[in-house]
Design a protein around this ligand. Structure first.
Ligand SMILES: Cc1cc2nc3c(=O)[nH]c(=O)nc-3n(C[C@H](O)[C@H](O)[C@H](O)COP(=O)(O)OP(=O)(O)OC[C@H]3O[C@@H](n4cnc5c(N)ncnc54)[C@H](O)[C@@H]3O)c2cc1C
Length: 407
């Protein structure tokens, strides 16, 4: 547990889940996994059966147990962009040490409440997640020169409307916006991806834009502090054809973090899509104001788009009376059906005290603009800026970080 400038950093109960790492198997349209299974291992297992979970963020090291109860986000195609929406059953250890099982079919409200608990109600040991046949997607990369926040927001809004899913990195310091558009592959490209030429297509995907974008920019550049703009401009100037691949190609494995190593860090804020124009414009202005005042600013801002709410079709599939019954009761993505966007500041040097200062200001600003922060992924959050309903906590599990937000 750390306390920096009076602000306790996001820390839950420290758990060693490495022994609970079995994938128990596919059961009809679901997979049963133990809580310590890492996302990258799950993707590999499912891919061998031509299956996938719709949630494929680049962080392959996150464990299923943490994602069941904490915030997650991914600009995913044709399915929920946060893992907790895929949970159909969960088993956890409660405050008395007893195993409790919850199921979407029997008690949707109890299960959905549990997925908003940040691990404060109990320790997940096993979960059942919805899977589907793999969808081949085509990824295209674009780089824009953006002279203002309004300019960047206009490009984002247009691209968001034109594509099935969108991930972007906004770099005000370089006046760049990098957009990675994700679309369901055409029938012929999808056929190719399923055929014997699969490896060729996938290799292109893995070695092409996606891997380069995620690893060179976020990992190498941010980690080592290299200016991202120059490398990305070079990368995008040549040889960057659209590539067709499965979502698994997005998933990275990161080396263990050594004490004192400069590492990637980010914060999280969730806004409603109609605010895109004004929020991006204000964020752009605030970026330069902070830089002028302190001599430092984040490397960029990750932009994700996540649809909220269940479709009627998925509700029927799960035999639950209606999509409304499946709404999250609180926290991220609990708003009415619509689209959320995240505008997450990123740094390659999280030990710089100006990063914390920036986040204290950024979170306060975001909340004042109606954003929903995350108790597990937002940095610099203060009591009063987010809430955790008391009924989702048990004193045995409640840590000082989460206790600040109980209401
Ligand atoms: C480089 C990098 C990139 C990232 N990119 C993304 C991204 O694109 N999208 C995204 O959503 N996230 C991203 N993340 C964040 C990541 O998903 C979260 O940090 C995630 O919680 C990490 O998983 P973990 O298993 O290491 O959890 P931990 O950090 O160990 O735990 C997180 C919380 O979950 C609780 N918890 C863990 N296991 C259990 C359990 N079994 N039962 C109950 N509570 C439990 C812990 O007590 C803690 O409060 C990224 C992180 C990094 C470092």
């Amino acid at each position: 547990m750390h306390s920096v400038n009076g602000c306790i950093t996001n820390t839950g109960t420290i758990l060693n889940m490495s022994g609970l790492n079995q994938i128990k198997g596919v059961e009809s349209s679901c997979v049963r996994v133990q809580a310590g299974v890492k996302l990258a291992d799950l993707h590999e297992y499912l891919a061998k059966q031509d299956l996938e979970v719709s949630f494929s963020p680049e962080i392959g090291d996150a464990t299923v147990g943490s994602l069941v109860v904490c915030t997650s986000k991914d600009s995913s195609i044709d399915g929920p962009g946060y893992l907790s929406a895929l949970v159909t059953d969960v088993t956890y250890v409660d405050e008395d040490g007893c195993l409790v099982s919850l199921s979407l079919a029997k008690d949707p409200s109890a299960l959905l409440a549990f997925t908003c608990s940040y691990g404060m109600m109990g320790i997940v040991v096993e979960a059942v997640l919805e899977v589907r046949r793999r969808i081949a997607i085509t990824t295209s990369g674009y780089a824009f020169m953006t002279r203002s926040g309004e300019d960047a927001a206009a490009h984002l809004a247009q691209a968001q409307q034109q594509h099935d899913a969108l991930f972007a990195i906004l770099v005000p310091g370089k006046q760049h916006l990098y957009v990675e558009a994700r679309d369901k592959a055409s029938k012929s490209a999808a056929r190719l991806a399923r055929s014997a030429a699969l490896s060729a297509v996938r290799t292109l995907g893995v070695n092409g834009f996606v891997k380069a974008f995620m690893q060179r920019t976020k990992y190498n550049c941010f980690l080592r502090g290299t200016p991202m703009g120059k490398k990305m401009a070079k990368l995008l100037a040549k040889d960057n054809p659209p590539t067709t691949h499965y979502r698994r190609a997005f998933v990275n494995r990161y080396p263990a973090v050594e004490p004192g190593s400069r590492r990637l860090d980010f914060s999280f804020v969730e806004f409603d899509l109609p605010q895109l124009q004004s929020v991006v414009a204000e964020c752009w202005e605030r970026h330069f104001e902070f830089k002028q005042r302190t001599g430092w600013a984040p490397s960029g801002y990750g932009v994700y788009f996540v649809p909220r709410g269940w479709t009627q079709q998925r509700a029927l599939q799960h035999n639950v009376s209606g999509a409304k019954a499946l709404a999250k009761p609180c926290g991220n993505f609990s708003g009415p059906p619509g689209v959320s966007f995240m505008l997450d500041p990123i740094t390659g040097d999280c030990d710089d005290p100006r990063w914390l200062q920036f986040n204290l200001e950024y979170s306060a600003w975001a909340v004042s603009r109606g954003a929903t922060p995350s108790l597990s992924q937002s940095k610099g959050l203060l009591p009063g800026q987010a809430g955790l309903p008391q009924q989702l906590t048990r004193s045995r599990f409640l840590t000082p970080h989460y206790a600040q937000f109980v209401e």
